[in-house]
Structures are given as C-alpha cells and as structure tokens.
Ligand binder design. Structure first.
Ligand SMILES: *[C@@H]1O[C@H](CO)[C@@H](O)[C@H](O)[C@H]1NC(C)=O
Ligand SMILES: *[C@@H]1O[C@H](CO)[C@@H](O)[C@H](O)[C@H]1NC(C)=O
Ligand SMILES: *[C@@H]1O[C@H](CO)[C@@H](O)[C@H](O)[C@H]1NC(C)=O
Ligand SMILES: *[C@@H]1O[C@H](CO)[C@@H](O)[C@H](O)[C@H]1NC(C)=O
Ligand SMILES: *[C@@H]1O[C@H](CO)[C@@H](O)[C@H](O)[C@H]1NC(C)=O
Ligand SMILES: *[C@@H]1O[C@H](CO)[C@@H](O)[C@H](O)[C@H]1NC(C)=O
Ligand SMILES: *[C@@H]1O[C@H](CO)[C@@H](O)[C@H](O)[C@H]1NC(C)=O
Ligand SMILES: *[C@@H]1O[C@H](CO)[C@@H](O)[C@H](O)[C@H]1NC(C)=O
Ligand SMILES: *[C@@H]1O[C@H](CO)[C@@H](O)[C@H](O)[C@H]1NC(C)=O
Ligand SMILES: *[C@@H]1O[C@H](CO)[C@@H](O)[C@H](O)[C@H]1NC(C)=O
Length: 804
C-alpha cells in the first residue's frame, strides 16, 4: 500500500543528511546532521560566546561538547574550556560519526556502526531546529517554540550563570585532568534538601561537604526548603534554597564565569580574566584540599603543602595498588592472621587522622587500654587517639578503625596508631635518618623516603608507648615506635591548587604603589618598626583597615619576591596574621596585612587585663600557629624572630603570629645555602645555634618560643638584668638561666613561686598549669636543639594540661 514517496518520508524520519552548508552553523535543522570529520560542523551561539561540536577526548575518541570560545582555543588542539558533554563516558570514533536531528524529533549521536551512543529520546512531529544560545544552553525546539530538550537540564561537571541547579541535577567531576569521563565527585541536593558534595568511588562513598562532623544547622544550612534550587546569577552571587550562598571574589563585574565540580573533588568558581586569556578561581569550597574525601583512596594519607599542593602517600607497610591511579589507594604488603597476635605491633603516625569507619568511640580511655582493645580485635586496623571534645566533655578519645579511609594530616588531630606486623615496626624503627637539614628555607627537597625515630626520647615522656603497651600485653612484648613519619614521593599531576587559584579565592592581591600611598595617606601614620622596615596604618579603598609593612632591605628581584610572597600568602591559619597582598613596583616592596587594633603581646604584657587564662590561650595559640608554619618535617617556614612584639592579639585575646617569612624576603641569599652568614633574631630570644656553627632548623623558633613562655609567666623581659644567686650582687644574667635557677631551688624553698610569677597576676593563677608552662618552656630552651620538642609536641603538652 505504501507509495514510494511515503516510504521515503518514513525513511527520512530515521536517517539524516549532512548539513549542506557549513556556514549555516547557527542551528541544526530537522533532518540534518553534524559530522565528526568536518571541522566546520560546529554550532556557534549568536554572540559567538559558545560553540558546540565534536571535541577530541583521546586518540581517535570524540565527544559532542559545548565549549567557550574565549580563551581562544581550537577543538582539534583539544584545548577548549568544555562546559558540557553528551557522551563523556562513551566517546565516539573519529570517522563516520554524526549528530543527527531526526525528523521524528529525536536528537541522536550515531557511531560509525549506526549505534545510538547517546540520544535525547524526544519525540515530536514538528521539531524544527537545535540552537545554542549565548548562555551556553543547547536547545531543541518544536514549531510552536516549545523547548523539547535543553542541555541545561543535564549538566556534566559545570554550572553556567543562570543555569538552574535542582533536585534532578548533578555535577559529576571528570576522572582526571584531561580525562573527561565521569569521575568520583558529585555535587547534588541530598534528600534532606541540602546541597552536598559526595565522593562516590568504586568501593565506598562518603559525603564530605558540608562537613560531616557538623550538624546541618551548625554548617549554616537549612533543611526546611524542599524546593531545592540553586543558581549562580550573572553578577557572581550563588545562592541555594538550603541557605548556602557565596559571592564571587570579583562580584559585580560582568565577566564569564563557571562553577565547576573539579576532578580533585573541590568545587570552584572560575572567572575569565579581563584579558580573556585565562581563568582564575574566584571562589572554592575548600582551601584545604585534603578535606575532600576519597581523594587518596584507602590506606593512604593526603598531605597538603602550599608548595607542592596535594599529595597522597601510602601508610607504612602498604603499597600503591595501581601506580597510575591514587583513587584505588594502597594495599597491605603483609598478611596479619588473627591467631598470631603476638606478631603485632603499632606504628605511630603523627597527626594523621582517618575519617569514619569506627568500630566505636571510647571516651576517657588511656593509650594503653585503647591499644589493647585494638590488639584484641582481629579486624581493627589501627586506632585514632586524641584529645577532643564531644558531648560537652573534653578528654582523651579512642577510636578503633575498621577501615582506613579519608586519611589526612590536619593541623592537629591527635595521632594514629597503625596495626602492622612486628617486622614492619622493626624495619621502620631501624631506618633512622638525621633530622631534616632544611635551613630556614622554603625549598622542600627532602622528597626521598625519610624516616626518623626520636631515639632521644625523654624518660618521663608521658606517651611512652613502649612501656604502656608492654603492660597491656601482659608480658607479650609490643614493639612500639615513635615514628616521625614523613614519607615523601614527588608525584605530579594532582597539585590542583595553582598559585593564581588561591590568590583569587583568598582575595590576596597585587596593589599598586600609588594605591598604597593613598591608603596610608603618604605613609603618615607609623604604627611600628621592626625587622625589615616600618609599619603603617592604612585604609584600603574597600574600607578595610590594614597594616602595611614597607621593606627596606629587600634587595631581591621581583620574580623571587613574588615567589616568596605567594607562598606566604597561601599560609592560612587562625593564629597567623593574614596577608592581604603586596606591592612590587620598581624598588618598592610592600606587604599588606590585616590590622590588629589590640596591638602586640609586648605592649599588653604590662596590662593587668592579661590574666592567667588569657596568657595560657596566647601560649597555646602561638604554639599552634608556629606548628602550622613548621609543618612536621617540612619546615616550610621558619620564623627566625619569635618575640612578644611579633605576636599580635585580637579582640578575643587570641594571638596571631606576624612577620613570618620575612627572613626569606630579606635574606634569601643567606638562608638558601646552609651557611647563615648574618645572625638574625632579637637578643634574648635567640637560640645558641645562631652564634655557634650549628645548622639552623625549626628548633630556633622553639627556643625563642620558650623564652616567650617564660616571659608570659614571669612578666620579665629577657633583656633585663636579674639578681645573681651566688653572691647576691646584681649581675648580668638571662631570663632562661634565672628561671632554671629558680626551679632548681624549688625543692629547698617555698617562696620561689611567688618570686617567679608575674606580680601583675596578683597571685591569681593555676599552679599546676603554671608549672606545666614553665616545664614546657624549659624543654624549649634546652641548649641542645635535639632535646627541644617540636612545636607540634609543645601544643600537645599544653592542651593535655588544659584538660585536667
Ligand atoms: C529555530 O526555530 C525557531 C522556531 O521555529 C526560530 O524562531 C529560530 O529562528 C530558528 N533558529 C534559527 C537559528 O534559525
Ligand atoms: C579515562 O579514564 C577511564 C577510567 O579510568 C578510562 O577507562 C579511560 O580509558 C580514560 N580515558 C582516557 C582518554 O585516558
Ligand atoms: C589553543 O591552541 C591554539 C593553537 O594550537 C592557540 O592559539 C590557543 O592560544 C590555545 N588556547 C589555549 C587556551 O591554550
Ligand atoms: C540563613 O543565613 C543567614 C545568615 O547567613 C541567617 O541569618 C539565617 O538565619 C539563615 N536562615 C536559615 C533558615 O537558616
Ligand atoms: C524556598 O525557597 C524559595 C526560593 O528561594 C522561596 O521562594 C520559598 O519561599 C522558600 N520556601 C520556604 C518554605 O522557605
Ligand atoms: C544573592 O542572591 C540571594 C538570592 O537571590 C539574595 O537573597 C541575596 O541578597 C543576594 N546577595 C547579594 C549580595 O546580592
Ligand atoms: C591501573 O589503572 C589503569 C587505568 O585505570 C589501568 O589501565 C591499568 O590496567 C591498571 N593497572 C593495574 C596494574 O591494575
Ligand atoms: C591460625 O588459624 C588458621 C586457621 O584459622 C590456621 O590455619 C593456622 O595454622 C593458625 N596459625 C597458628 C600459628 O596457629
Ligand atoms: C602587579 O602590578 C604591577 C603594577 O600594576 C605590575 O607591574 C605587575 O606586573 C603586577 N604583578 C603581577 C604578578 O600581577
Ligand atoms: C593591648 O595594648 C594596646 C596598646 O597599649 C591597647 O590599645 C589594647 O587595648 C590592648 N589589648 C587588649 C586586648 O586589651
């Protein structure tokens, strides 16, 4: 019955013809197609902002994609900024592949073998054309102008301005840099109406944003609005119905932007730079990329350093499962049998933390009992032991782990004790390497395996695990090691945080000299003077009050200066002063800091307002800030000039360390090579190494910090003369020697405490805390640098005493 013409019509419904003229690139008509083989077969939005076409994703592998036309790029060169992909997980062949708009209304991607790799599954008798608009939305319309399908409703990993994100949307990261197939990180609305980030890997999944350690409302999220809509407006304001919102760092300017679920698990807002040549990050969810779950796979630890970015490391006794893929993590190189408990030992991984997968949390358990529980439990892989607060009560907590996932080394998270065969414990304990020889330098080159056991443990070390564990095992010997764990392998490719990224997100910027001159009213209000130059008060054009340091001795070149300043600008800790920017113009070198209106510890030590509790807070906060600077084993910044003048105080009496990193900017030449030709620091606070020929390590800061502690307790400045004790006549003596003598005489006399404590405290202080502070201080000022604790250990000693 069918006439030939009817047959032809029905055939046309299923076949498509090539787009006849490649110049009609502004729309795809029903019955026509785009071919992978013709470079001109590209749809371009009317304003030329976006294009859609075939984009290579590998060798002879293509995806149908939408991309930005600026920064200028070429699809064939595979360097365009892709915002959407039809077939990211099923690339098509580079020959005979077509995107066809069938007359039946279906838009299909046909591979060489006529296989429908992807389709919109739309049906319409009156489909007209497929067009790309200037918002980057690919739209399929019918004759009446109704939208049958649009790419905005099926985002890939990118959300464009005004593109609605709702309950049905998901941004899924790409697999890795350069591999666009679906990765493991997702942005989505959870069932309780909250915008979340989740790691969904092959073996486990875990929500990591908002922080799983906090309740929704604590994270500022609301669970009550079930409309689940989020949108980025054209000015850079992102807002979601769960009350999450942020403004782009360049809010207000009309530039191209995109919110991207990056392959490293962070979501970032990118803005096109004014020159149109590159993208800068104008917001990101995590400044600390190791908070992303799953980024390193099981049995590994994520460590972030500003210089190297994010790196993954296998824990001792484990090896990488697949050398080309960290998401698979590491696997044990040993087998532990459950009936061979005597073969088991524990390795301490300092400050390492694994999130989740607890058998349970046990409060107020000592290290001995915690180890014993794990030891007896066959499936216990190790335990987290730390000081913490839960349910209103602070104390020591023991967490037994069934799996070692989401490992990271936060600033302080207690320690992790890894269960491994004794042979491994022995192996690690015998591989002793000298202290890192880094010399006041930011060069982190110790990238070979480096272990160091602190063999010089003090006898009274309260965490003497060897003894405790031996008791636990009831005669069965435990080998226990205090392992300073620091296993460095340089692995490229995962350092997501490029310098410019963080700069944009933290608002860190380049100021012009004229701008700063204006802000300081021609450098009229001097508020300080110290290492490197004078400090002036300033009001920036956006109203923020700043402290501007004008370096006088910065002879280094601009590139070197920028490198330093960028590293320092990336350091971010609540106990470090924040640097907002810098100026490097001609001979001028200026640093712009947040302004602390309450001045420094030096000024405030003479006030009664600084009661005992506040002094203790200042001691702990300063130690935390320094510990962050030293970052175990890396020593990425040595301060080299710790003193009360460089410890600023905020309105809550929390300390913020300032002037860190200056030693590089002023004396780079000296410190880069291990000879330190010029002595730095301030008399009274300087470690003996400075005047002897010994290497300069982070222990110089520990020494200076110890002197500051003594000053906090005694209220005496180290420069003052002290009465000698031998013949009673006043004589030149240091604060350190004086306190040592006071402590030595403590057993004989009872008056020494009154003599030593700052009279401004009027006798109101906690004696046990005072003794602990002095004891920590005296360890810090040990003549032998190896006998001094690290700043991390100092923090622990201080907070442990606080808990009692
Ligand atoms: C696509 O079709 C719509 C509706 O028929 C029409 O308004 C529009 O101009 C067409 N687009 C192009 C680029 O021709
Ligand atoms: C991208 O990663 C996937 C998953 O690992 C892999 O199957 C695919 O071959 C990779 N593609 C390219 C182009 O490397
Ligand atoms: C992409 O490659 C082309 C030529 O190969 C070049 O002109 C263009 O600048 C590149 N774009 C980017 C963003 O790298
Ligand atoms: C939303 O956030 C604002 C401040 O960011 C807060 O004042 C408000 O109470 C929040 N609303 C809800 C419903 O949580
Ligand atoms: C939910 O959010 C939408 C969009 O912001 C708003 O119009 C609506 O009133 C909100 N509903 C509730 C119950 O807060
Ligand atoms: C951002 O958008 C939200 C929702 O439209 C609005 O409530 C808020 O005031 C906006 N913020 C700014 C700074 O414009
Ligand atoms: C490692 O992963 C890559 C990509 O996922 C895969 O091609 C390769 O076969 C894997 N190697 C091993 C040893 O499993
Ligand atoms: C441990 O138990 C396994 C089976 O449960 C047994 O095969 C093995 O011989 C036992 N090993 C020892 C040392 O008892
Ligand atoms: C900073 O600004 C100055 C002056 O405007 C300019 O010469 C310099 O290139 C800028 N530096 C950077 C790193 O942007
Ligand atoms: C610290 O001293 C300064 C200057 O003497 C004073 O202005 C400031 O209020 C003091 N800080 C605090 C927190 O009391």
């Amino acid at each position: 019955m069918a006439t030939p013409s009817m047959l032809l019509v029905s055939l046309l419904a299923f076949f498509c013809s090539p787009l006849l003229s490649s110049s009609s690139s502004d729309g795809l008509w029903a019955g026509s197609s785009l071919s992978v083989e013709k470079t001109g077969d590209v749809l371009t939005s009317s304003g030329g902002i976006f294009s859609a076409g075939f984009h290579p994703v590998g060798v002879n592998a293509y995806s149908f994609a939408i991309w930005f036309n600026t920064p200028s790029c070429r699809a064939v060169a595979n360097n365009c900024t892709i915002v959407w992909m039809a077939n990211r997980d099923e690339p098509v062949n580079g020959r005979r592949t077509r995107l066809c708009l069938l007359k039946s209304g279906n838009l299909v991607l046909k591979d060489a073998g006529q296989i429908h790799v992807w389709e919109t599954k739309t049906v319409s008798k009156s489909v007209t054309n497929l067009t790309l608009d200037d918002g980057g939305n690919l739209i399929l319309r019918d004759l009446q102008g109704h939208i049958l399908w649009q790419s905005y409703h099926s985002p890939t990993d990118t959300l464009l301005p005004l593109q609605p994100f709702n309950e049905n949307s998901k941004l899924i990261s790409s697999r890795s840099q350069g591999n666009y197939s679906s990765g493991y990180f997702q942005l989505y609305f959870s069932a309780d109406n909250v915008l979340c980030l989740m790691y969904k890997g092959p073996e486990y999944s875990s929500v990591y944003w908002p922080s799983p350690a906090r309740l929704r409302w604590e994270a500022g999220r609301s669970t009550y609005n079930n409309s689940k809509i989020a949108v980025l407006d054209s000015l850079g304001n992102f807002s979601s119905t769960d009350n999450f919102s942020f403004l782009s760092a360049d809010y207000g300017s009309k530039v191209s932007r995109m919110l991207k679920m990056d392959f490293d698990g962070n979501i970032r807002l990118y803005s096109l730079k004014e020159d149109g040549e590159s993208w800068v990050v104008s917001w990101q969810a995590f400044p600390q990329p190791c908070k992303v779950h799953g980024c390193c796979g099981p049995n590994s630890v994520c460590i972030y350093t500003p210089n190297l970015g994010r790196k993954c490391y296998c824990i001792p006794g484990y090896k990488m499962k697949n050398h080309s893929d960290w998401s698979l993590g590491c696997e044990p190189e040993f087998h532990l049998s459950c009936n061979q408990t005597e073969q088991v030992g524990f390795l301490k991984l300092r400050h390492v933390e694994f999130y989740g997968y607890d058998f349970g949390m046990y409060p107020n358990v000592n290290l001995k009992d915690c180890a014993k529980m794990c030891w007896q439990m066959c499936d216990c892989k190790g335990f987290q032991f730390r000081f913490g607060k839960a349910h209103q009560s602070a104390g020591l907590y023991c967490y037994l782990k069934s799996q070692l996932l989401n490992g990271q080394r936060p600033n302080f998270g207690g320690d992790f004790y890894l269960k491994v065969p004794k042979a491994i414990v022995t192996f690690y304990s015998s591989t002793t390497v000298e202290d890192s020889k880094l010399q006041c330098s930011n060069e982190v080159q110790t990238l070979e395996p480096m272990y160091s056991t602190s063999s010089k443990r003090r006898e009274n070390d309260p965490l003497d695990f060897a003894r405790w564990a031996a008791c636990a095992a009831g005669g069965i010997e435990f080998l226990a090691i205090f392992l300073v764990w620091c296993f460095m392998i340089r692995t490229h490719g995962d350092s997501s945080a490029k310098a410019s990224h963080l700069l944009a997100t933290t608002g860190f910027r380049n100021f012009t000299y004229a701008e700063l001159k204006k802000a300081t009213n021609s450098f009229s209000q001097e508020i300080g003077r110290g290492a490197g130059g004078m400090v002036f008060k300033a009001t920036l054009s956006d109203g923020r009050v700043a402290a501007i340091k004008r370096l006088v001795d910065a002879y280094q070149g601009e590139a070197e200066f920028l490198a330093e300043v960028n590293t320092i600008g990336k350091l971010n800790h609540m106990n470090l002063i924040t640097m907002w920017g810098y100026c490097a113009e001609g001979k001028h070198r200026l640093l712009v800091y947040e302004y602390m209106e309450h001045g420094s510890l030096a000024e405030n030590l003479s006030f009664k307002a600084l009661d005992w509790k506040k002094r203790l807070d200042i001691a702990v906060g300063t130690a935390r800030g320094l510990a962050y600077l030293h970052e175990e084993c890396l020593e990425w910044v040595l301060h080299c000039d710790i003193k009360p003048h460089n410890i600023l105080i905020d309105s809550n009496f929390q300390p913020k360390v300032s002037d860190f990193g200056l030693s590089w900017m002023l004396n780079r030449g000296d410190v880069k090579h291990s000879q330190v030709s010029r002595i730095r620091g301030t008399r009274g606070y300087m470690a003996p190494e400075w005047v002897s020929n010994l290497p300069i390590t982070s222990k110089v800061d520990v020494y200076s910090y110890g002197v500051v502690l003594l000053e906090l307790v005694t209220g005496r400045s180290p420069g003052m003369g002290f009465p000698g004790t031998d013949d009673g006549s006043p004589k030149e003596q240091t604060l350190v020697v004086w306190v040592r003598e006071q402590m030595a005489s403590a057993r004989e006399t009872e008056t020494w405490k009154h003599e030593m404590i700052d009279p401004k405290l009027e006798g109101i202080y906690d004696e046990a805390e005072m003794l602990n502070l002095v004891s920590v201080a005296l360890q810090c000022v040990a003549e032998d640098k190896d006998a001094r604790p690290t700043m991390g250990e100092v923090v622990e000693m201080l907070i442990r005493s606080e808990s009692h």
